[in-house]
Design a protein around this ligand. Structure first.
Ligand code: XAN
Length: 476
């Protein structure tokens, strides 16, 4: 396991953190104190250099403290909350950027299942998952909802590696006992349920205190098509016995998938009703995609308190469609962003923010129609029919994701009392990203916009999870 934070940390410099779905705090010079246990103890904003020592003294600290690590940021750098990736598939990274000639169901058959099958080999899992989690951390993802494969042993490896490398994560062993190659499906509902319970025990045993553990198990029925009724029913019973166990699955991603699902579950009138019928729709359920959800489904999902993972990179790549995220937000649905590798071609949450922006522009273009009341590109009162503002994109990638994971009191923003899951980023020329044109007269708002448009792992300098440095360019 990577070593726990040995020293308290104090960071002085620019800070950006979401305040709400519409607003963010852009602070040019903040002072943030993190305890050795990884908690944000206090934060002071608008701290001029000449006030620094006095303010530290007020909190009983000094830059001379031997036990404290003191980090001073330059203009062009800032700290912000780490990204929360609410949906991705670890065993599909090898396929990133390949297979986009297909739509969902053919893509699963011809591209995805053959790669996932390889994870029957635990040595392959060990080799690949280490690279996968490393990449995700170095891209600034401090919390990740991972799908594994159907394999018990291979998925245990994924949990072990996330635990060792220090990423906060939900890890799921896939349940799938039908509708794929006979060599890549579980033999029965009983086998699938037995392995699921065994997986939960394995992950819970990784930490002395399972409830506060960074790595948690998550129930993962792949999607309704992959699971027989008795499997979904058994999973619903496990969910009932474990109210705190989160659940993740896919919903309403692609038109053919929706039609096929309705054919398999004729007793339910919508896709969302299928999960609800089996007791799988609740506050800690994460539903990926939702591109074609009907209003009644949005209302049902909201009434159950479940969250949506918007996966624009994948939705564009597999030609699934453009989710109407503005409507979800106006409707009060919880919503975060997912990279969804390898439906999406990259594990970068920065790309996910870019494409969430593009998606909202496409949707606004087509939905505003003849509505004369829609004049500008932003509105103070609604999201639907407008493009998503920069603070909203930041919210989706951080605090919105935290809400979807029911971790809103623990992570998602940089506030006293929360755990320090954060990244130090830089848009300075020495990061060698020729796409970012830094100008020292730029405001922090403008730098964040440039970062969202053009940054990559070259701009992610340090990554902390619960105060422990676990990634970024400066880790090496
Ligand atoms: O984007 C997706 N990726 C998958 O692996 C998958 N499985 C079911 N539905 C899916 N959608």
């Amino acid at each position: 396991m990577s070593s726990p934070p040995s020293r308290p940390l104090i960071i002085y410099g620019p800070l950006i953190t979401p305040l709400s779905k519409r607003d963010a705090l852009f602070s040019d010079c903040s002072l943030v104190a993190v305890s050795a246990q990884g908690l944000i103890e206090w934060v002071e904003h608008s701290v001029e250099p000449e006030q620094l020592q006095d303010l530290l003294a007020k909190h009983g600290r000094s830059t001379e403290d031997q036990d404290t690590q003191f980090v001073e940021l330059k203009w062009g750098e800032w700290i912000m909350p780490g990204f929360v990736d609410t949906h991705t598939h670890a065993p599909q990274f090898q396929n990133n950027g390949a297979g986009a000639q297909y739509e969902l169901l053919d893509w699963l058959t011809h591209v995805t299942f053959p790669e996932e099958e390889k994870y029957a080999d635990v040595e392959y899992a060990k080799k690949m998952y280490r690279r996968v989690v490393r990449a995700s951390l170095d891209l600034g993802t401090t919390m990740c909802c991972w799908y594994g494969t159907l394999h018990l042993e291979g998925t245990k490896v994924l949990a072990d590696i996330a635990h060792e490398l220090g990423q906060r994560a939900y890890i799921g062993k896939c349940n799938m006992n039908r509708e794929s190659a006979p060599t890549y499906q579980e033999a029965s509902a009983e086998d699938s349920l037995r392995d699921t319970l065994s997986f939960i025990s394995h992950v819970e045993a990784l930490s002395p205190s399972p409830s506060g553990a960074l790595v948690q198990p998550i129930l993962t029925p792949r999607f309704a098509i992959s699971c027989t009724s008795d499997l979904l029913q058994g999973l619903g019973e496990i969910a009932k016995q474990h109210p705190h166990l989160p659940i993740q699955t896919h919903i309403s991603e692609n038109s053919s998938e929706i039609a096929y699902t309705k054919g398999l579950f004729p007793h339910c009138s919508t896709y969302a009703e299928v999960y609800d019928y089996y007791g799988l729709l609740r506050e800690n359920t994460i539903l990926a995609h939702g591109v074609h959800l009907e209003q009644s489904e949005l209302d049902l999902i909201k009434s159950r308190g479940a969250g949506l993972s918007h996966c624009p990179t994948s939705n564009f790549n597999l030609r699934s469609g453009s989710a109407h995220v503005g409507e979800w937000l106006d409707n009060g649905n919880k919503c975060g962003l997912g990279t969804d590798c390898s439906g999406g071609w990259t594990a970068s949450m920065i790309t996910a923010m870019q494409l969430a922006s593009v998606c909202s522009k496409v949707v606004s273009y087509y939905t505003k129609g003849d509505d004369a009341s829609i004049t500008g590109r932003f509105s103070k009162t609604q999201f639907a029919k407008y493009q998503l503002p920069i603070p909203t994109l930041l919210w989706l990638a951080t605090m919105g994701g935290a809400e979807v994971c029911c971790l809103q009191d623990t992570i998602g923003s940089l506030e006293p009392g929360k755990q320090f899951d954060a990244i130090r980023v830089s848009v300075l020329p020495e990061t060698d990203n020729m796409h970012i044109w830094y100008d020292e007269s730029d405001s922090l708002e403008s730098m964040l916009e440039r970062f969202m448009a053009n940054a990559d792992e070259r701009n992610v300098m340090e990554v902390w999870v619960k105060g422990r440095k676990v990634g970024g360019k400066l880790l090496k």
